[in-house]
Design a protein around this ligand. Structure first.
Ligand SMILES: Nc1c(NC[C@H](O)[C@H](O)[C@H](O)CO)[nH]c(=O)[nH]c1=O
Ligand SMILES: CC(=O)[C@@H](O)COP(=O)(O)O
Length: 140
């Protein structure tokens, strides 16, 4: 059994709850467990994962959050920089699935957060599982 850490940027409670449900279901289907760590926003997610990696307590990570475009350029910064930070960690060989939604409105977010619809939380968990499997395959 692998131990995962779900690092969630808790900006929209109801959406995060669905994303986490989807991620947990995907992990449980493969017999794995997950803890949840909450940070203020998507920009804090890569740093929190980096800190957790250094602890050596987890086999893989799932980033969860929702970034909804507002009136300013800040959406590009939050969406782009959180994704860039996560990708940098992944390129270091860390098993991370990115379930941070970057959308235009609540409706788009709801469809993607819902495990019965696009289930992006479950998708992110599957990605983390795939990378963890590759770690084992290439480490031998
Ligand atoms: N607008 C959203 C944010 N913004 C907050 C940033 O992520 C960050 O916490 C702040 O700039 C302090 O460093 N975060 C989200 O996750 N979603 C948003 O829609
Ligand atoms: C994604 C964001 O940072 C956004 O929610 C902030 O809204 P605004 O651009 O209207 O300040």
């Amino acid at each position: 059994m692998a131990k995962f850490l779900i690092v969630e940027a808790r900006f929209y409670d109801h959406l995060n709850d669905m994303l986490i449900d989807g991620a947990r279901e995907a992990l449980a289907a493969e017999g794995h467990e997950a803890e949840v760590l909450t940070v203020p926003g998507a920009l804090e997610v890569p740093g929190a994962i980096a800190m957790a990696v250094d602890s050596g307590q987890y086999d893989g990570f799932i980033a969860i959050g929702v970034v909804i475009r507002g009136e300013t350029f800040h959406f590009e910064i939050v969406a782009g920089e959180s994704a860039r930070g996560i990708m940098a960690l992944t390129m270091d060989g860390i098993a991370i699935g990115n379930g941070i939604l970057t959308v235009e409105n609540d409706e788009q977010a709801l469809v993607r957060a819902d495990p019965k619809q696009k289930n992006k939380g479950g998708e992110a968990a599957q990605a983390a599982l795939a990378l963890l499997d590759l770690q084992g395959r290439f480490a031998r």
